[in-house]
Design a protein around this ligand. Structure first.
Ligand SMILES: NC(=O)c1ccc[n+]([C@@H]2O[C@H](COP(=O)([O-])OP(=O)(O)OC[C@H]3O[C@@H](n4cnc5c(N)ncnc54)[C@H](O)[C@@H]3O)[C@@H](O)[C@H]2O)c1
Length: 333
């Protein structure tokens, strides 16, 4: 696909970064399914978190082009940006515990990588840029209330600090250069194709093996859970109609303590509560996150559709059925 075949041809071409990861691969499948005339260029470095197996269902789709590469590679990103009508940036180092063990790669990919993408979008005149961010940039909440898009940024982990840095660069590229950029901040996602290092898949897999489930601290940290398909639907709307320069929170309205999630997973699998093991808390562990998603509801008509009960049952079912996908990730394959 040369430039002439990309912009201006029938249908859009979008550059999705990190499209071999959890949310990115779900989004690529969702987007191609929903927009039969559009195409996706998928740029992913294939770090430990990237997995071409997550894209197997669309392997034969000619509208999907996979490019292995780094979002911080200026030359490559410039060439790809020249061919597309929009960029959706999922690529990131995404695991808080890993950012505590070593923050440098988080700054390189999440901050510098985003700047390289923004600069390429600006230089090539890409009209639309969606930055997929996180509610963790707002920091931690007390027992009541929810973050709005106006809440101050108070990130507490190297991961969330690097995401906040990227959000501010997106804001600056909009204000300084007029880039048509939008930031989304979502709560904890769950669903199919999530890496086994994350809480829900890790606990499903451990429980299946009859191993203890390590719950941080008192288990009462609260997270809001958003099904990945609800998230993809929101991102598709923002890509189409989000107002440039704006931030949109995307929440699931499904707040649960980590202990409640753990107990629900054990119940789905018919495993005993005695598998729960309390372990020392994560340093700087945020107590509670929750977002007010009234703005995306008002402006774009979005709301989450999947209940946590039904979504979690479906997710447990998926991990039971797809050992072929996750088993090799446990051994680093
Ligand atoms: N998973 C969640 O609950 C959640 C919640 C809020 C926000 N987010 C954000 O959503 C985005 C996607 O999250 P995820 O859970 O799918 O992450 P993930 O770790 O599953 O996937 C990240 C993908 O990015 C790729 N990648 C990493 N560094 C790269 C680089 N330098 N160049 C190109 N590709 C690179 C990886 O190979 C991988 O495929 C991230 O930006 C994350 O901050 C995730």
């Amino acid at each position: 696909m040369g430039r002439g075949e990309g912009r201006g041809a029938t249908g859009r071409a979008i550059l999705v970064t990190g499209g071999a990861g959890f949310i990115g691969s779900n989004f690529v499948r969702f987007f191609l399914g929903r927009h039969p005339a559009d195409r996706v260029v998928n740029l992913d470095k294939l770090t430990y978190a990237g997995n071409l197996g997550s894209l197997a269902e669309i392997a034969g789709d000619e509208r999907h082009e996979f490019v292995r590469g780094d979002i911080a590679d200026r030359g490559l990103v410039r060439r790809l940006a020249a061919r597309v009508d929009a960029i959706v940036n999922f690529a990131a180092e995404s695991h808080v515990d890993r950012s505590i063990a070593g923050a440098e790669v988080f700054v390189r990919t999440n901050v510098l990588g985003t700047q390289v993408l923004l600069e390429a979008a600006r230089a090539a005149g890409v009209p639309r840029f969606v930055q997929v961010s996180t509610d963790e940039v707002y920091g931690s909440l007390g027992p009541r209330g929810a973050f709005t898009e106006e809440s101050p940024l108070r990130p507490n982990s190297p991961y969330s600090a690097s995401k906040a840095g990227a959000d501010l660069l997106v804001r600056a590229y909009h204000h300084t250069f007029g880039l048509g950029a939008v930031v989304t901040r979502c709560s904890n996602n769950y669903g199919a194709y999530q890496h086994p290092e994350k809480l829900i898949p890790s606990f499903i897999i451990k429980a299946l093996a009859g191993q203890p489930l390590p719950v941080y601290g008192d288990g009462l940290a609260v997270r809001d859970w958003l099904h990945v398909e609800d998230h993809c639907r929101a991102l598709d709307l923002v890509l189409d109609a989000g107002r440039p320069g704006e931030v949109y929170n995307i929440g699931g309205s499904s707040e649960r303590t980590n202990l409640e999630i753990t107990t629900a997973i054990l119940a789905h699998l018919g495993k005993p509560p005695s598998l729960v093991r309390f372990v020392p808390d994560r340093p700087g562990h945020d107590r509670r996150y929750a977002v007010d998603w009234g703005k995306i509801k008002r402006e774009l008509g979005w709301r989450p559709e999947r209940s946590l009960e039904e979504g979690l049952a479906a997710t447990v079912g998926w991990y039971l059925a797809r050992r072929d996908w996750w088993e090799k990730l446990l051994t680093g394959g």
